[in-house]
Design a protein around this ligand. Sequence first.
Ligand SMILES: Cc1cc2nc3c(=O)[nH]c(=O)nc-3n(C[C@H](O)[C@H](O)[C@H](O)COP(=O)(O)OP(=O)(O)OC[C@H]3O[C@@H](n4cnc5c(N)ncnc54)[C@H](O)[C@@H]3O)c2cc1C
Length: 495
Amino acid sequence: MPAQKSNILIVGGGTTGLMAATLLSQAWPERHIVLVEKSKTLGGLLRSFDYGANGRFDCGAHNFQETLIEELDHLFLSLLPPEQWHVMSGREREIAGHYYQGKLQANTPFVDLRGLPESLYKTCLQDFFWNLNQQSQNRLVQNPESAYDFCLQHFGPVITETVIQPILFKLFGKDIQSLHKLPLLFLHLNRIAFLDEAIVTDLTQSQLLRSRIAFSDQRDLPLERSAGKRNFYPKSLGMQQLIDAFEARLRQRNVTILTEAVVGDIQETDGKISSVTLKQAGQALQEMFVEQVIWTAGIHPLTLTLGLQDADDSFDKPLQTAFVHLQLDQKLQANDLFYIYPFDPQFLTYRVVNYANFCPQTLQGPTYPVTLELFLPPDQAWEKETLPQRGIAELRGMGLISEETNVLFATAEITTEGFPMPTLKNIELTQTRRERIKAKALKNLTLLGILAEDELLFHKDVNVHAFQQLKLLIAKSLPAVLQESTPCLPVQLHP
Ligand SMILES: Cc1cc2nc3c(=O)[nH]c(=O)nc-3n(C[C@H](O)[C@H](O)[C@H](O)COP(=O)(O)OP(=O)(O)OC[C@H]3O[C@@H](n4cnc5c(N)ncnc54)[C@H](O)[C@@H]3O)c2cc1C
């Protein structure tokens, strides 16, 4: 690595870092680009696990959702030849169900109250509409941050406390009042299903109701209500293929890729990062002069690297995420569902990924891969060896596999890079740390990736934000006359 020549440093080798390296190596072929990744492998949450003859599995549910920004979509879709993509569109874009009150509900991923005992169901309905009336009179909190206020405003106290609170407690072991609203979006808890199709079609003409009520059966969703965008998944299993293609492209362009590497020290001069010292496998490498730093590895590692943490910055303990990967000799008993969200309290699994329904290679067997994503309560020590049995028992408990189904392969992985504990305290601390980083106003630092802005979590949103920021950075390096003609659009979250 040249010591004196200016370098472009990209920190984090997930898809945001790989996209940054691709765009910048294309725009600035004369500059030396260095990508550093803490783990042994690239890909972040989009990498796959390869167990040789036992198959390949993803880190749970991931695919590529088009953004309708032509250059950005092309950047991802050109990673594989067109015939290797499986395209999902319209109503079949992503079919998900849930398990609630002892039953598989294949009609919608949003919690369906029609499985509740009749008297509770009636109370929920009554309270929902009474609350809606209050809401329309502007008596409730506007733009709530907390999961509790969000649910209170959307559904009323009865549904909040008897339906949503127990589900959130089983997932995070926390009271709803201490949680941020972010996981509601992620886990399909921001709407509820409770009415039959004819009446939902009629009622959801109202915007107020549409943001609260889920369509009774996603397969009958009017096309104008489906997002209109397509999802793409490799025909032969594994998002890793995208990561491998990114890596090959970057190596061809002479991008230096350092794995098991982190930024040790940062030196600043005149409001800029002038140089950094990288550490690889614990050994300090030579000092590297930098022209630009693109940080995609999260707010917290950057806060620590810049020495911006406070003595009282204490986080609520993070969740551990685990993956149980299984090969079965029969398809899951889950109709056409891609994903299933178990909401009943006895399950640690928060999502079941049924590859056979969205990956054509696995549709015909002879083995059927399945991944369970689990949140492990932080107050207990978990052994990864015991998790496959737990996962199999949970599938049996939901009736997704029968006694006759044979498990041909089972393994588990525990990751510390899973979902952050989404408490109000943690999200506020993340915001505070991000503000501290921004207040430092380092002229050559660009912050991208998960939570680089408020509520930036979903892959598509993260991609759009990163793409727009990178285009802006590239435009700034152009002569003034060209800068004027380069548009930069605002990010739209969850359209
Ligand atoms: C449990 C979970 C489930 C999710 N499910 C969905 C979903 O269903 N749909 C969806 O749209 N989105 C989902 N997401 C979000 C999606 O995974 C992210 O939007 C996407 O991974 C963002 O890519 P990234 O490159 O910014 O971050 P990441 O994929 O997290 O990559 C960051 C990289 O930085 C590396 N790194 C960390 N610290 C350092 C350091 N100090 N130095 C160097 N490298 C470092 C990490 O090892 C990693 O490779 C999920 C996220 C989580 C946590």
